[in-house]
Design a binder for this molecule. Structure first.
Ligand SMILES: [Zn+2]
Ligand SMILES: [Zn+2]
Length: 140
């Protein structure tokens, strides 16, 4: 996906101001990873993308930035049991986890209704397990 440089810069600036972060290159690099993309990235995933263009950025720094960004509400942990990944903190959605390749696919859960007796539902995390379309194709 092509990222608009201007809108990235503006969004990053606004985010740093609100969260009280100094605008630094490492932060911007990590910010860019999740900007406008429904990606699910572990620290390793993030490192392998980053190291292609910015090999000087150390894993400890990336790890710390991810933690800071999580606290600031920009990203959140993907709520899939056994998975340690982050995603952009977009609207709540469920996840499909492929048991063959480990791929995670977002699932729209807005149509799911909660029994009306349960009035104090404060959070939701739904994981579907199965075989993703590309693994299913390979099997045939
Ligand atoms: Zn798969
Ligand atoms: Zn997701």
């Amino acid at each position: 996906m092509k990222i608009e440089e201007d809108s990235l810069e503006a969004a990053f600036g606004a985010f740093c101001k609100k969260a009280g972060f100094r605008k630094t290159m490492p932060r911007k690099i990590v910010y860019r990873l999740f900007y406008g993309a429904c990606r699910h990235l572990s620290v390793d995933d993030a490192m392998s993308i980053i190291s292609k263009r910015n090999p000087e950025l150390r894993e400890e720094s990336v790890y710390r930035i991810l933690k800071d960004f999580e606290k600031a509400g920009y990203i959140r942990k993907v709520e899939v049991p056994g998975v340690r990944k982050y995603e952009y903190a977009s609207e709540k959605h469920g996840h499909f986890l492929c048991s063959k390749c480990g791929k995670i696919i977002d699932v729209d859960i807005s149509g799911i209704t909660v029994p009306s007796a349960l009035v104090d539902v404060s959070d939701v995390s739904i994981t579907f397990n199965g075989i993703c379309p590309s693994c299913a194709k390979r099997k045939r």
